[in-house]
Design a protein around this ligand. Structure first.
Ligand code: ZN
Length: 536
């Protein structure tokens, strides 16, 4: 198990219960529409990391929320002829509902338009940057995409249109507050190059470095209150302006830890944590890897230690969009085959840092062939054989075996492999390693033929051969039980419900830490019970 190094700085910081802590967030989505499967991917990826860190023994704070102070929400509410509060409440509730539907373990969900912590936190962050001399007011004219809530330079547009939305930006001129981003070019470059702030994958890191090398311009951090229809957090001391939604939204990561209310209980998850990590989509890299760390540097606060950037999900080959009408709801997908089936499909069949395509056919196929066919089958046949040939008790393998079978060696190596892949944000590789182990275990059953051994063991023809078969059968069943334990442990962060069920079927009902912890099940009573992945 990899433990963080205890630098003097860490030793000096107060730690709860003597344990190192980690802070992990998802991005907070706009709630101008219901959640779609692309956001489910981000939630599931972050959840998997949170569960891994808890298993590693860290004290984890896993934060989610909704970004509500956006002009987009005002426009969506106007289009739907409902008050903006009603629109954001309805959609925020649907985002929160992903918690149960996808078996997510976030500790907290902050709503930026409603939560008092948020407003005070953002105001404090503003004040800290202002005190540093990094906020000033000037007239500004530019091309603004409301979809992105961002100004574009003409050179950044595609045929005069927003590269994200394909729509023509509005020309806007008004007096705004600006943040002195230009002051932080060097400090940002240093943080990235030194690895103090990691950006994963490397291609995104290079992209961010190229932006910095191209020169960073101060950016506007307020909007006229009139244009924002009065929706948003007023600029402290200037009620004619509201705080730019990105300055506001990024502040949630601190506000949710009581930054604005000076509580130490949670704020230590930012200040004293061994890691501060954000899982985000590739479209908002600039905000998280340039603007946000510059704001933190200005406020004199620690930077994120790692920014993990995932790709986009297309659906049946097409980009998800309102106009395409293909934004599929992840909840019915999870209800149809189980939260773990959706988690599996999104973690295994999408390379986490690249774009991937969602297909209902491939989802069903992954469930039937890989979950039911390979994992479900291995579990069911193994437990059934232990019930049938060993009175339902996991046998003890003989101590004096001539040769340890390969399957035990593979079982010993698997947890560290999975741990390493997960830590490096490569869920697909972790699951591929687990599934190749499952394939090896299924092959071990086919090669060893326990049913033939059982027949031979019960036969009176050759007492010596029967005795040998009994020993071999016992060893084989013990090996397979050991394989299932390791699979159950390795699946814990990825498919938590399946892992829990499998380990309970093996008679394990206790808390354990570390994917590689040896859990001895010999002598345990098993139950084959219901099959894990019934085919629909
Ligand atoms: Zn746009």
């Amino acid at each position: 198990m990899k433990q963080p190094e205890h630098t003097p700085e860490h030793q000096a910081s107060p730690r709860q219960n003597g344990r190192e802590s980690r802070y992990l967030t998802t991005s907070i989505p706009y709630v101008n529409a219901a959640p779609h499967v692309g956001f489910a991917l981000e939630m599931i990826q972050a959840d998997c990391l949170a569960r891994l860190y808890r298993l590693q023994g860290y004290e984890v704070r896993f934060q989610a929320g909704s970004d509500e102070n956006s002009l987009k929400n005002v426009q969506a509410a106007e289009a739907a002829c409902v008050p903006v509060e009603t629109l954001v409440r309805g959609n925020a509730e649907r985002f929160y509902a992903l918690k149960d539907a996808l078996d997510l373990s976030f500790d907290d969900f902050i709503r930026t338009s409603l939560d008092r912590r948020h407003r005070t936190g953002v105001e404090r962050l503003w004040a800290a940057c202002a005190a540093k001399g990094d906020i000033y007011k000037r007239a500004y004219a530019g091309l603004y995409c409301t979809g992105c809530e961002q100004f574009y330079k003409p050179a950044e547009l595609t045929n005069g249109c927003c590269p994200e939305h394909g729509s023509a930006p509005e020309r806007i001129s008004e007096e705004n507050y600006f943040f002195r981003l230009s002051r932080y070019e060097e400090a940002l470059r240093r943080a990235i190059v030194s690895g103090d702030m990691e950006i994963c994958p490397g291609s995104r890191r290079n992209e961010v470095l190229a932006w910095i090398d191209g020169g960073l311009e101060d950016f506007s951090i307020s909007r006229s209150a009139v244009r924002a229809r009065g929706w948003g957090i007023p600029v402290p001391g200037d009620a004619d302006q509201v705080i730019y939604v990105w300055f506001d939204a990024l502040g949630n990561y601190l506000a949710a830890l009581d930054y604005g209310t000076n509580g130490d209980k949670l704020y230590r998850f930012w200040h004293d944590a061994a890691a501060r990590e954000h899982v985000i989509g590739k479209g908002i890299t600039r905000f998280h890897a340039v603007y946000w760390p510059a704001m933190l540097l200005s406020a004199g606060l620690p930077l994120p230690t790692r920014i993990l950037v995932h790709g986009y999900v297309t659906v049946e080959g097409r980009k998800i969009g309102k106009s395409a009408g293909n934004a599929i709801d992840p909840v019915p997908l999870a209800q149809a085959l189980g939260a773990d089936a959706l988690r599996y499909y999104l973690l295994r069949h999408f390379r986490s840092t690249e774009d991937g395509d969602f297909s209902r056919d491939r989802y069903l196929q992954a469930h039937n062939a890989e979950l039911a066919g390979q994992l479900g089958n291995l579990v069911h046949r193994t437990l059934s054989m232990i019930e049938r040939y060993s009175d339902g008790l996991v046998p003890v393998a003989a101590a004096n075996r001539e040769r340890r079978p390969d399957i035990l060696r593979a079982a010993g190596a698997l947890p560290a492999t999975v741990d390493t892949h997960l830590e490096s944000f490569a869920f697909h590789d972790a699951l591929a390693a687990i599934w190749s182990f499952i394939a090896a275990a299924n092959k071990y059953v086919a090669d060893t033929r326990p049913w033939s051994l059982a027949g031979l063991a019960a036969s009176d023809d050759d007492p010596k051969a029967s005795a040998a078969a009994r020993i071999e059968l016992r060893n084989c069943l013990a090996d397979l039980a050991r394989a299932l334990v390791v699979i159950g442990q390795c699946l814990a962060p990825l498919l938590p419900s399946t892992s829990g069920k499998l380990l309970r079927q093996l008679g394990i009902d206790r808390v354990w830490l570390g994917l590689g912890t040896e859990l001895d099940v010999s002598g345990n009573r098993v139950s084959a019970g219901a099959i894990l992945f019934p085919r629909p």
